[in-house]
Design a protein around this ligand. Structure first.
Ligand SMILES: Nc1nc2c(c(=O)[nH]1)N[C@H]1C(S)=C(S)[C@@H](COP(=O)(O)O)O[C@H]1N2
Ligand SMILES: [Mo]
Length: 337
C-alpha cells in the first residue's frame, strides 16, 4: 500500500506569495495545529558572546561598526532558557517585501541593496533636524546586544541577538518639541535595487512606513539595530539600520530606515493601510486577540520541522509585559489591536 506523504512544499509557507494570500492559508494550518501538543522547550541558553554563535556568515562591516564592537555591551538583555535561532534560519526566512514576498526571496535578492553610503534624515517636530551619513548618525551611541524574541503576526517566532541602541538615546539627541506625539520611520524607496517595488504584487504603497507612540519609543526595550549575531545586519534583515520592538508583531520592526520623523498625528502605517481590520497600529503581541483568520494563541518557534513542529504558547506582549504593560493601562487592547 502506498502511503502518501505531502511534498514539503505543500506545507511550506515559503512558497506562498503576498501576505494576504499567505494569510488565507493560515486558517488551514491553524486548524491542523490545534491538536498538537506543546513541545518541550529547549532548556539551554547560550552565553552572549559572538564567538559562541555557530554558523555566522562573515560580513563586510563598515569601519564605524568595527570601531564600536570592542566597547559593545554583550548580553545587555537576554532571553532565559530559550535557544537562539540559528543564524541560517534568521537570515533565510524573512519578510522584506521590497525584495519579494517569498520567505526565501530577501536572502536571494537583497544583495542589490547598497548600504554604503547611507543617509538618515531626522525631521518634523524636533529641535535638531538633520541629514546624516550613517557613520555620523551612529557616533553618539554605544552598541548593546539585545537578545529578543521576534513574533511575526503570521504566528512564527525566533530568538535573535540584535546589536543596537535605545531609541530614547536618539530622542535625547534630537530634542522632540512639545508637539511631538509619535515617531514615524520610513524604509528606503529605490525601485532600481528593490525588485518588490517594481511589481504591484505586494499591494504595498511604497515606501514601507511604521510608527510608535512617543512613550512607546521611549521604552528602554525599543531599539534601533545595526547588527545581529555579533556582526553588522545582513541586507535581508534590514541593513544598515532597522527598528526592533520586541513586544509588537514583527511588521512594526521596519527595515532599512532612511527617515525618522517626529510627528503630532498618528502616522499612516503600511499594514494598517492595507487591511486595518487585520493589522492595527499598536500590533502588540496578544494571545487573547485572534487575527480575524487564525489564532494568535500559539506560534511556531523556528526552526520548526514539518513532522515535528516546535509549537509554543504565545505570551502577552511577547513575554515583555513587566516592562511594557503600563504603557497601555486603561486602554482596551481588543479595540486597539
Ligand atoms: N521595509 C520593510 N520592513 C519590514 C518588512 C517588510 O516587508 N519591509 N517586514 C516586516 C515583518 S512582517 C517582519 S516579521 C520582520 C521580519 O524581520 P526579519 O526578516 O529580520 O526576521 O520585518 C518587518 N519589517
Ligand atoms: Mo511579520
Amino acid at each position: 500500500m502506498l502511503i502518501k506523504i505531502p511534498a514539503a512544499s505543500a506545507c511550506n509557507e515559503s512558497d506562498v506569495t503576498p501576505e494576504a494570500i499567505y494569510l488565507s492559508r493560515r486558517s488551514l494550518l491553524g486548524a491542523s495545529m490545534a491538536g498538537v501538543a506543546l513541545s518541550a522547550l529547549p532548556n539551554w541558553a547560550r552565553a552572549a558572546d559572538p564567538s559562541h554563535y555557530d554558523g555566522v556568515e562573515a560580513g563586510n562591516a563598515p569601519a564605524w561598526f568595527k570601531e564600536k564592537l570592542p566597547s559593545a555591551e554583550w548580553g545587555a538583555v537576554t532571553v532565559e532558557g530559550e535557544a537562539i535561532t540559528p543564524f541560517k534560519d534568521a537570515t533565510h526566512y524573512n519578510n522584506f517585501y521590497e525584495f519579494g514576498t517569498d520567505k526565501g526571496d530577501p536572502a536571494q535578492n537583497a544583495g542589490s541593496l547598497k548600504t554604503e553610503p547611507w543617509t538618515v534624515v531626522i525631521d518634523g517636530e524636533v529641535g535638531k533636524p538633520g541629514r546624516y551619513a550613517l557613520e555620523d548618525f551612529m557616533k553618539p551611541y554605544r552598541l548593546e546586544e539585545r537578545i529578543y524574541r521576534l513574533r511575526c503576526v503570521e504566528a512564527w517566532s525566533m530568538v535573535i541577538p540584535w546589536m543596537g541602541f535605545p531609541i530614547s538615546e536618539l530622542l535625547r539627541q534630537v530634542e522632540p518639541t512639545a508637539n511631538a506625539k509619535y515617531i514615524r520611520f520610513e524604509t528606503l524607496q529605490d525601485p532600481k535595487t528593490m525588485p518588490g517595488q517594481r511589481s504591484g504584487f505586494a499591494l504595498i504603497d511604497w515606501p514601507y512606513v511604521e510608527g510608535l507612540r512617543l512613550d512607546e519609543a521611549m521604552n528602554p526595550l525599543a531599539i534601533l539595530a545595526v547588527g545581529m549575531y555579533g556582526r553588522e545586519l545582513p541586507s535581508q534583515n534590514g541593513a544598515p539600520l532597522r527598528l526592533v520592538v520586541p513586544w509588537k508583531y514583527g511588521f512594526k520592526s521596519v527595515k532599512s530606515i532612511v527617515r525618522i520623523s517626529l510627528v503630532s498625528e498618528q502616522p499612516k502605517t503600511t499594514w494598517q493601510s492595507i487591511a486595518a481590520n487585520e493589522y492595527g497600529f499598536y500590533a502588540n503581541v496578544n494571545p487573547t486577540v485572534d487575527h480575524p483568520r487564525w489564532t494568535q494563541a500559539r506560534e511556531r518557534r523556528l526552526p520548526s520541522g514539518l513532522f515535528s513542529p516546535n509549537i509554543r504558547s504565545t505570551e502577552m506582549f511577547n513575554g515583555y509585559g513587566e516592562q511594557v504593560a503600563s504603557l497601555y493601562s486603561g486602554m482596551d487592547l481588543r479595540k486597539n489591536y
